[in-house]
Design a protein around this ligand. Structure first.
Ligand code: NAI
Length: 246
């Protein structure tokens, strides 16, 4: 699929992997809506990306609320006429032992990481079926959708669900020319995952990646662009993890 002229929504686009993905899409000539609940970060991201003359706009969204996601899709259709691509990328994690995990914290993670994928896919698909030209859905999973990690119970659950939601959607909508894939990053250097923020734990994380370093957001964006462009790929979760799960 040619990205030029296509309309893409990237949730969690105010920072990290989402921001790098929005940038990569814009460089290929797509029109991009950055959906994020961080108002200040979203405005800044829009400003920064607009400096190169890109067709990008920020929409405030809480992906854990269906009405909010529906409004984001409506705002996209109002501004750009349609939705061709959605990257359901917004995500959060809560760390801690499970016997001390509250239902509220557990459900917060499920609501953003899992319900957010459902709502984003659902409302993008409604528009894709309306315009009839198909489309692409990319879900940001994680290595922790395939391998367990003590202390990441809710996150493990949500990302494992994302992998199978991806397959289920791919099967259901292939006949409508809607492809659905996921990307599963290893640890990637974003605000929360840095030497400054994590200290010695950062080095322990590096040791788990056979390539000897963590990933960069641009490397995940690169894989997302591949999953959008290659029209023979659907229903898969692609590992971009420096060998972590090997
Ligand atoms: P990040 O924290 O830089 O970006 C996440 C973005 O999502 C933020 O801009 C945040 O404001 C937004 N967000 C959070 N909850 C939201 C909500 N309810 N509604 C709308 N926006 C919301 O983190 P990063 O690393 O770029 O994460 C992106 C995705 O990549 C997440 O799904 C995460 O689980 C996944 N991932 C990240 C890895 C890493 O090591 N950084 C590893 C594997 C997966």
């Amino acid at each position: 699929m040619e990205l030029a002229g296509k309309v893409a929504i990237v949730t969690g686009g105010a920072s990290g992997i989402g921001f790098a993905t929005a940038k990569a899409f814009l460089e290929k000539g797509a029109k991009v809506v950055i959906g994020d609940y961080n108002e200040e970060g979203g405005q800044q991201a829009e400003q920064q990306l607009k400096e190169s003359g890109a067709d990008v706009t920020f929409v405030n969204v809480d992906v854990s609320k269906e009405e909010s996601v529906e409004q984001m899709v409506a705002a996209t259709v109002k501004r750009f006429g349609r939705v061709d691509i959605i990257v359901n990328n917004a995500g959060i994690g809560v760390l801690g032992v499970t016997h001390e995990l509250t239902y509220e914290d557990y459900h917060k993670v499920i609501a953003v990481n899992q319900d957010g994928v459902f709502f984003g896919a659902k409302h993008a698909i409604i528009n894709m079926l309306e315009h009839g030209d198909g489309g692409v859905i990319i879900n940001t999973s994680s290595i922790l959708g395939s391998v367990g990690e003590g202390g990441a119970f809710a996150y493990n659950a949500s990302k494992g669900a994302v992998n199978l939601m991806t397959k289920s959607l791919a099967l259901q909508y292939a006949e409508h020319k809607i492809r659905v894939n996921a990307v599963a990053p290893g640890y990637v250097e974003t605000g929360m995952v840095s030497k400054e923020a994590l200290g010695d734990f950062y080095d322990a994380l590096v040791d788990k990646h056979p390539v000897g370093r963590l990933g960069q957001p641009e490397e995940i964006a690169h894989a997302i662009v591949f999953l959008v462009e290659n029209e023979f790929v659907t229903g898969t979760t692609i590992m971009v993890d420096g060998g972590y799960t090997t």
